[in-house]
Design a binder for this molecule. Structure first.
Ligand SMILES: Cc1cc2nc3c(=O)[nH]c(=O)nc-3n(C[C@H](O)[C@H](O)[C@H](O)COP(=O)(O)O)c2cc1C
Length: 306
């Protein structure tokens, strides 16, 4: 067996496989299917300051190689989350990452103040794909200045590792990534969903109540790999967490070869609930077969002739 442990900055994961935000809750239901301590880590559903009902239904639609969602960050709000979910979450034997979003900088600050006191939380994942109400609703993550302002603001109020989850819906993801790191982010997570929609031509309506949503699943893997590669190339010393289109172990390995230090498995779990475990096993087998004594040696091990 190879050494599967990896480090994302100061956060040590027993293996490189986490589950992505919004696809696993805090693990309550999946914990009935397998032992959650097999996971490298769990990222919670994104939590906001106030409770959110989420978007109008339908909120999901299956596409030829993935799915659309427009959940709209439905969640009970940070206070209820801490009361009802943290007692379960804190007992889990894997890295515990809480994903957060706000409507403005002040909301991010308020949430982080509440999380900072929770010693069981290993890292905070900042979801910058949500709309910035003070900037006309554009996602925080589309402007390097806004990302820099947000990260430097929250960096002042917590010493917990800050991971910034980037949106792919930008021209130059490396520029956004650099602005996050320069402002104090410890790691970058890429990618969130791609802006997308589907149309029912018979009824002439969108398949989603919110009209547009985000595409995830196998269809976005090549996009995700290119974004991870761009980030690793521009910022080789910064840990990147690869997310997007992982439906088997080979996909996770491809993310690592492109430059990811770890991965998160998202909507692939809906079709195959044991997928994260299969990915852990597959990474181990690949390391054995191709003679990588440590999984961390896979990061950026792509052969490039230039
Ligand atoms: C139903 C659903 C809900 C999601 N909710 C969130 C969320 O709350 N916060 C977030 O940062 N990403 C959320 N995502 C995005 C995933 O975490 C992930 O970045 C994206 O789906 C790409 O990975 P995948 O192709 O493996 O699904 C959600 C995705 C899906 C499918």
């Amino acid at each position: 067996m190879s050494d599967l442990a990896v480090n994302i900055g100061n956060v040590r994961l027993k293996n490189p496989v986490m589950v992505a935000s919004g696809c696993f809750g805090v693990g309550r239901e999946y914990g009935e299917l397998f032992d959650l301590s097999f996971l490298g880590g769990i990222v919670t559903k994104t939590v906001t300051l106030e409770p959110r009902e989420g978007n109008l239904p339908p909120r999901v639609w299956e596409t030829p190689a993935g799915m659309l969602n427009s959940i709209g960050l439905a969640n009970p709000g940070i206070s209820a989350f801490i009361e009802t979910e943290i007692p379960f979450f804190r007992e889990l034997d894997c890295a515990k990452i809480i994903s957060i979003a706000g409507k403005n900088f002040g909301e991010f600050v308020e949430i982080i103040k509440k999380i900072d006191a929770l010693d069981c939380i290993d890292a905070i994942e900042i979801n910058v794909s949500c709309p910035n109400v003070e900037e006309g609703g554009l996602a925080f993550g589309t402007s390097p200045e806004t990302v820099s302002g947000l990260v430097s603001t929250v960096r002042k109020i917590t010493e917990k590792p800050l991971w910034v989850k980037l949106t792919p819906n930008v021209t130059d993801i490396a520029e956004i990534g650099r602005s996050a790191v320069d402002a104090g982010a410890d790691a970058l997570c890429a990618i969130n969903t791609l802006s997308a929609m589907e149309i029912d031509i018979g009824r002439r309506v969108s398949r989603l109540g919110n009209i547009t949503g985000g595409l995830s699943g196998a269809a976005i893997r090549p996009v995700a790999l290119a974004k991870v590669f761009a980030l690793h190339r521009a910022l080789p010393d910064v840990p990147v967490v690869g997310i997007g289109g992982i439906t088997e172990a080979g996909d996770a390995i491809a993310h690592m070869l492109a430059g990811a230090s770890a991965v998160q498995v998202g909507s692939g779990i809906f079709r195959s609930p044991h997928l994260p475990i299969e990915v852990v096993v597959g990474i181990d087998q690949y390391c054995e077969f191709y003679d990588f004594p440590r999984a961390e040696d896979l990061t950026g091990a792509l052969n490039i002739e230039e």
